[in-house]
Design a protein around this ligand. Structure first.
Ligand SMILES: [Cu+2]
Length: 235
């Protein structure tokens, strides 16, 4: 049997299988009913230059300059660190996330934590950091993390977007997005992809720390990738 025939028979078997489940009233497997959303978050206007921050403390660990990650726009106007979420659609239950303090900045700059999940806070600098959340729905965490303490773990139970600072280094900042919505953070160059999105029309919410929020309707078809461009600009 040639490969094409095998693939086509296999495809029909899979469709028959999922259709059969539908007739039986059983939940269909995810691959039979979902697609994905991908695209790029784009800055409208001339791409601003990334700013640098002068480091005035712990220079042996931190160097003399740190990139200000408030707004990172690539030469072709892609925006890094925007959060794209499919409202009301549960993401994969990852359960945990990690943020590192290395070179005196938080990495990643924006981290998604599932609601009720935990965040591992690493200190790979071997110097004192102080993890301080500016949260209001979740209890404020204000904890020193001395150089010898390589890892702390915190839980976040309420959906909320909030800033984290370090009281030992005034330039350090990150954002924590606590959500169960299926979400992704845009990469360098602005690209993002969200998989396992049920077929249908969804409200896609976009958030960026300095450019604000935007909502867009997107229709997802089974097995297809809905491609969108999200434009954000300075207010
Ligand atoms: Cu610090």
């Amino acid at each position: 049997m040639d490969l094409k025939l095998i693939v086509s028979r296999l495809g029909r078997t899979m469709l028959g299988f999922s259709g059969g489940l539908l007739v039986l009233g059983l939940p269909q497997p995810l691959w039979a009913q979902s697609g994905s959303i991908s695209g790029k978050v784009v800055f409208v206007g001339d791409a601003p230059q990334a700013k640098k921050i002068r480091v005035t403390k712990d220079n042996e660990k931190c160097g003399s300059e740190i990139l200000n990650e408030e707004l990172i726009v690539s030469a072709d106007r892609g925006i890094k660190n925007a959060v794209v979420s499919v409202a009301g659609v549960k993401g994969k239950a990852a359960g945990s996330a990690t943020i590192d303090q290395k070179g005196c900045f938080f990495a990643p700059h924006v981290v998604i934590v599932p609601t009720g999940g935990s965040l591992d806070i690493l200190n790979n600098d071997g110097i004192l950091h102080n993890f301080h959340t500016q949260s209001s729905k979740n209890a404020v965490i204000n904890k020193a993390q001395p150089g010898f303490k390589k890892k702390m773990t915190e839980k976040f139970t309420q959906p909320e977007v909030f800033k984290v600072v370090c009281d030992a280094h005034s330039w350090m900042a990150a954002w924590i997005v606590v959500t169960n919505d299926n979400s992704a953070v845009s990469a360098d160059g602005g690209a993002f992809k969200i998989t396992d999105v049920p077929a249908g029309t969804h409200k896609v919410e976009v958030w960026h720390e300095t450019l604000g929020k935007l909502t867009k309707e997107v229709t997802v078809k089974v097995g297809e990738e809905a491609k969108i461009t999200i434009e954000l600009s300075k207010k």
